[in-house]
Structures are given as structure tokens and as C-alpha cells.
Design a binder for this molecule. Sequence first.
Ligand code: NAP
Length: 231
Amino acid sequence: MSTRILITGASRGIGRAIAVRLAKPDRHLLLHGRDRKELDQTAALAQKRGAHAEILLCDLAVPEQVQAMARTLAVSPLHALINNAGIAVVKPLAEQSLEEWQRTLAVNVTAPFLLTKLLAPVMPKGGSIVNILSIAAKVGFANWSSYSMSKAALDGFAKAVREELRPGGIRVINVYPGSTDTDIWKTVPGEWPRDRMLRPEAIADAVAMALEQPDDVVVEDISLGSVGGTL
Ligand code: NAP
């Protein structure tokens, strides 16, 4: 039986890099996102490396859609869940709307909660849940309050779930990247030196390293930053 891996937000950026890095002939990659055209491109890259790729369209801001997707997937064993998709609303506190706060919470926290809750029960021993968090889970940056809230919330949730799932042999791996050169920066006001950021492939390599450990080893936390320092 091939190894089934769900990657949320696989249509671009870090999610696409993870999909390409994990693509191998014995793997069935479940590539999630909303942008069909971009997901087709990720699927083509994964297939070129021999993986079987399946596309899943779902808006993570809508809990009913997330639950429906998880129930469809829960019919077969899932070996890894990569909670990667995320959004960043970056603006001063006074300008943050309640709708933006709630959307951030829905996509960055509630969706991973639902996927973890509904899919952990179909994971075999040695299965993994990888959460792509951020340095912003640990360090405060002006104007990033709702984003920091969401990453710190998912961090706390994941640390508790890690303890809960240990007896079943399921590993919870938290990854904390620094600034990484992806399209997420197009949504952030200001000028950002994208050439000095981490490459998405560096995050993908770290995820692959953690997943490749023996089943009884959990790489709990991985922090990655540019050697040039925080931007
Ligand atoms: P990105 O290029 O903007 O990609 C975001 C991904 O999330 C896309 O595939 C997008 O898919 C998906 N997504 C966003 N909203 C969604 C929704 N409502 N429903 C379904 N999918 C949705 O961002 P990225 O930089 O690769 O970020 C990936 C993760 O890394 C995020 O959790 C981010 O917080 C984290 N991270 C990024 C950085 C950085 O500097 N780039 C640093 C630390 C952590 P569709 O467009 O197809 O909907």
C-alpha cells in the first residue's frame, strides 16, 4: 500500500516545495488548495518524480468544507498530515477588522484543529502531523498581531496534542520558519528583501528530514532562519 500524505496549501510557496520534496514513486500525495490551475502544476511536478497526485479543493475558512474533506479522506489510513496553508493579515491593530481576525483564526487554527481531530484516528503508528508555524509564534512583530495570535494558538494546541497522541505512536512535528521567499509577501504592505529570505525548499528539506526519522523518533521542533538574521 502506498504512503498517503495530505499537504494543505500545496498550490504554491512552501506547500508546493514540500509536495515536490516528498514526491516519490511509493507515495500518494493529496494536494489541497483552492487554485485548481496552480494545484495542477504542483501535481505535474510531483508526478514527474513518480508520485501519485490527487487534488482536493476546499476553502479552509469554511469549517463545513474542512470537515467534509476530512471525512472523505478518513476512509483509508493517512500517514502524514501537513498543516501548511496559512494567511497573514498584516496591518496596525486599529485597522484589523473582526472579519480579518476571524478569517485568520479559521484558516490558521480551526482548519488544522479539525483536520487533526478527524484524521489522527486513521493514522497508523509512526504517522506524523506536521504544523508549519512561524517564528511569529515565539517573537512579536509590530502589525502582525492576528498572525502571531494564530501561530501561537496552533503551537499551543499542537504541543498538547503531541502528548495526547504519543501512546498511539503518532508524531507531532512543529516547524518555525523565518521569512521565506513566497507569494505571501505580496499581501504584506512594504518593501521586503525577498532575495535575503529562506527558500521554500529549505523548509521542505527540514520537513522531509523529520519524516524520514525512524518511527519511534519525533523531531519535535524545527526553527529555521536566514543566516543573515531576521528581516
Ligand atoms: P503562500 O505562498 O501565500 O501560500 C499559501 C497557501 O495557503 C496557498 O497554497 C493557498 O492556497 C493556501 N490557502 C490560503 N488560504 C486558504 C484558504 N482559505 N483555503 C484553502 N487554502 C488556503 O504562503 P507560504 O509562504 O507558502 O505559507 C505557507 C505556510 O508557511 C503558512 O502557514 C505561513 O504562515 C507559513 N510561513 C510562511 C513564512 C514566509 O515568510 N513565507 C514564514 C513562516 C511561516 P490557494 O491559493 O490555492 O487557496
